[in-house]
Design a protein around this ligand. Structure first.
Ligand code: GTP
Ligand code: MG
Length: 584
């Protein structure tokens, strides 16, 4: 189905043209018919020569109703710009065209109508050159008279050619159906209508209501007024919803594929057609069928941060426009660059952000997103509109390769440092490393552990450290606290038994190099000899056993075998009178 919106100045013949083509009445309201003027959106459809269907979203031309016009063209991929031959190019011809250009509408036709009333040549030439300077570019033009029917067959054929040019819709994409009408049907309940641009809808499907974030179910579905079980894009659809009251949904809301969008009230954007510095602080952002007040914070020459007065389900690359509702003009076109931008708290953050934004073009790109974020969750990227094509490093976490390598290096350093400062601990606790590396999830620490590092019972073990059975490791962690207070006091038999270090466990710890056996069950940390030498160096030389014992704050039970070990290792030398000196 081809869905096109009309555009053009008030009274130029848009509705008359739609009526002539479709035989349907686009002006739905009695007031519209009484005043001969479109106020709100109208919908009508017909078959084209090829057999395909064209549906029109007919918009009002009066300047007071531009917000309604924008809600109509926002979700529609193509436009028919209508200019009356006898009136020529007029203010809302220009404003509607500026809106189409701001939204980046790239497909359309130019129709000069009321050609029975005046020679269309001048109007056509002017309008064609106006369109050529916009996103519509060089369009096909058709001259018609809705009154006489002249040119209508040409227009039907041109609409067919337009449909052929439009890019194929994505039926498997997520649904974001911007609601343009909402009403109640007696006996059925709430019905919303919109243009389904991508994704498919089926009766029974669950969707998410963007504003409320709550689930709703499709109770019934109509496509161009006829009931159906499934609707494929592009299509005009009416959706009968279960479980939502009429007053909870309206124009500007959206029905979403659950989990595929994350409504946001803060976006960074690029503006076109305006200098950011000249924008008023408050404007209205029009996107899809929504219109929300926003505060504009300029960042760069053509980039800005928008604070929305209510969250919208936006994606990177979305096109929107800013309009000044008071002065009634389109201020500029908007391309969404980021839907979850970082806070700008620190001094200079805004300038730094402007530099980053200058490199973005609104095309969602995974590698770039990852390099800017370092780490990101699959779901967050998908909900920003970024296609995810790489495998997570852990759980649903994606990492920039360079950032990930850097984290791995920092992990190795931290584990080695921990092993140095906690020689008795059976590795560095994962949670401690998570905090040290400032990572959001423990699974990331675990995923960073690569040989020669090992993950053992919630700790990362440094290379070279022998692995100890878990109970031994736990017991060692307990006595390591004793040693921290008194490095040269060996735990006595009771203490060893209390922490669970029996003969076998001690044997394992000594073999693993986690404990140093002086004799029998007199145990110190492996670093104790070097530490003792540092203490003894501070004593007047030579020193007695008693002086050494006091300086080391220990007992004879430890001091005697410790000094003998130092002698053996050549760190101290025993003199004939049993005094000792530290060997330089
Ligand atoms: N003679 C002649 N009159 C036309 C033609 N098309 C429209 N008209 C008349 O022009 C007037 C305005 O037409 P509409 O179709 O209501 O114009 P519109 O663009 O829909 O106006 P808005 O919806 O208010 O923006 C009506 O009186 C129509 O009968 C045409 O091709 N020839
Ligand atoms: Mg009209």
């Amino acid at each position: 189905m081809l869905v096109v919106a009309t555009a053009g100045h008030v009274d130029h013949g848009k509705s008359t043209l739609v009526r002539a083509l479709t035989g349907m009445e686009p002006d739905r309201w009695a007031e519209e018919r009484r005043r001969g003027m479109t106020i709100d959106l109208g919908f009508a459809w017909t078959s084209l020569p090829s057999g395909r269907t064209v549906a029109f979203v007919d918009v009002p031309g009066h300047e007071r109703f531009v917000p309604n016009m924008l809600a109509g063209v926002g979700p529609v991929p193509a436009a028919v710009v209508v200019v009356a031959a006898d009136a020529g190019w007029m203010p809302q011809s220009a404003e509607h065209l500026a809106a189409l250009d701001a939204l980046g509408v790239g497909y359309g036709l130019l129709v000069v109508t009321r050609a029975d009333l005046a020679d269309p040549a001048a109007t056509l030439a002017r309008a064609r050159s106006e369109l050529a300077a916009t996103s519509l570019g060089e369009v096909e033009t058709v001259t018609v008279s809705a009154a006489t029917g002249a040119g209508l067959p040409d227009l039907r054929a041109a609409l067919d050619r337009l449909a052929d040019r439009l890019p194929a819709p994505v039926p498997d994409g997520p649904v974001r159906l911007w609601v343009d009408r909402c009403f109640t049907v007696r006996g059925s309940g709430t019905v919303v209508t919109g243009t389904l641009g991508a994704g498919r809808l089926r009766v029974g499907d669950e969707l998410e209501l963007a504003g409320a974030g709550e689930p709703v179910r499709i109770r019934g579905l109509h496509r161009l007024g006829a009931a159906c079980d499934e609707a494929m894009p592009v299509a005009r659809v009416a959706v009968n919803l279960r479980g939502v009251a009429r007053d909870r949904i309206g124009r500007g809301d959206a029905l979403l594929t659950p989990g595929r969008f994350q409504p946001t009230d803060l976006v960074d954007v690029r503006l076109a057609g305006v200098a950011v510095a000249e924008l008023p602080v408050t404007l209205t952002l029009h996107v899809g069928s929504a219109a929300v007040p926003v505060r504009v914070r300029p960042l760069g020459g053509d980039t800005a941060r928008l604070r929305l007065s209510r969250p919208l389900p936006l994606l990177i690359g979305d096109r929107a426009l800013l309009r000044d509702p008071g002065r009634r003009y389109v201020a500029g076109g908007v391309t969404v660059l980021d839907v979850r931008p970082p806070p700008l708290a620190r001094r200079g953050a805004a300038a730094a952000r402007a530099v980053v934004l200058a490199t973005l073009d609104g095309r969602p790109e995974l590698a770039g997103e990852l390099s800017r974020r370092g780490l990101a969750r699959v779901g967050d990227l998908v909900r920003a509109g970024v296609p995810v094509t790489v495998v997570p490093v852990a759980g649903d976490w994606l990492a920039d390769p360079q950032h990930w390598r850097g984290l791995g290096d920092r992990l190795a350093v931290a584990v080695a440092e921990h092993a140095r400062t906690h020689p008795l601990a059976p590795g560095a606790p994962v949670e401690q490393l998570r905090r040290h590396l400032d990572l959001p999830d423990r699974s990331l620490v675990e995923a960073l552990v690569k040989p020669p590092l090992r993950l053992v019972a919630g700790r990362v073990v440094a290379p070279g450290a022998a692995s100890l059975p878990e109970p031994v490791a736990r017991a060692l962690a307990l006595v390591s606290e004793d040693y921290a207070a008194h490095p040269f006091r060996a735990p006595d038999a009771d203490r060893l038994a209390a922490v669970g270090l029996g003969t076998r466990e001690i044997g394992a710890a000594v073999r693993a190099g986690a404990l140093l056996r002086l004799t029998g069950n007199v145990l110190l940390l492996p670093g104790a000899p070097q530490q003792a030498v540092r203490v003894l160096t501070g004593l007047p030389q030579p020193f007695t056993l008693s002086a050494a014992r006091q300086a080391l704050d220990t007992t004879r039970r430890v001091a005697v075998p410790l000094l003998e070990l130092l002698d053996q290792r050549g760190l101290t030398r025993r003199l004939p009178d049993d005094a000792r000196v530290v060997v330089d």
